[in-house]
Design a protein around this ligand. Structure first.
Ligand code: IMP
Length: 197
């Protein structure tokens, strides 16, 4: 018997920008996407120690509460010369006001005299109500620069120049960033395996 393809996924996120970006990755795929905030489901606390762990935590929590297949993601900036920081704490370096000018200044200060090599990671986890799960991860490598440049994007985009490019993510149009980003790599992996669900 032919397996029925999944037709509905809950996105376990309260971040409207993230949900919009995820919707753009799905635009050629006939799956209804429901943000968890539309179902009044809060995001669980990110208590795990890895991107994969936190992505799985968000997806499994939401799948349990909705009884629907759910997608969770976790992402951040990894700087090897700072022992992997800010890593899973990338959002938290912006403080309670999510001030990324502050977070970028903090990165720049700590990087004095150290290697500027870094990468962005995105882990996405898909969990079905019968507890089937899969995790995919994408990375994009690059170098950090100072001062911040560009008005596009979010987070650490204005200080990140991907390898092979001369512009920061902040200077690139979203169409270009979304073709090469860690998130796009992770989603492409997912789309290659979507028949598993
Ligand atoms: P979370 O995945 O919602 O926990 O947040 C990840 C954090 O990592 C964001 O708040 C940003 O600070 C940072 N981050 C993740 N992806 C990107 C990106 O594509 N550009 C810039 N910063 C990012």
């Amino acid at each position: 018997m032919k397996k029925k393809l999944i037709n509905k996924i809950v996105i376990a996120s309260n971040n409207k920008d993230k949900v919009q970006e995820i919707k753009r990755y799905f635009n050629k795929i006939n799956i209804e996407l429901i943000p968890s905030y539309k179902l009044s489901i809060p995001e669980p606390k990110e208590t795990e120690k890895t991107f994969k762990g936190n992505a799985f935590l968000k997806a499994s929590y939401t799948a349990k509460l909705t009884n629907l297949t759910s997608l969770g993601d976790d992402s951040g900036l990894v700087i090897p010369s700072l022992n992997g920081k800010p890593g899973i704490f990338s959002a938290r370096w912006g403080g309670p006001k999510k001030d990324f000018n502050l977070a970028m200044k903090k990165v720049n200060k700590k990087l004095k005299g150290k290697s500027k090599f870094a990468w962005f990671v995105c882990s996405i986890a898909i969990v079905s109500p019968n507890n089937m799960s899969k995790i995919f991860e994408g990375r994009i490598y690059g170098n950090l620069t100072w001062p911040p440049k560009g008005e596009h994007g979010f987070g650490y985009d204005p200080i990140f120049i991907p390898l092979g490019y001369e512009k920061t993510f902040g200077e690139m149009k979203k169409e270009i960033k979304e073709k090469i980003s860690h998130r796009s790599i992770a989603f492409n992996q997912f789309f290659k395996n979507i028949n598993l669900f």
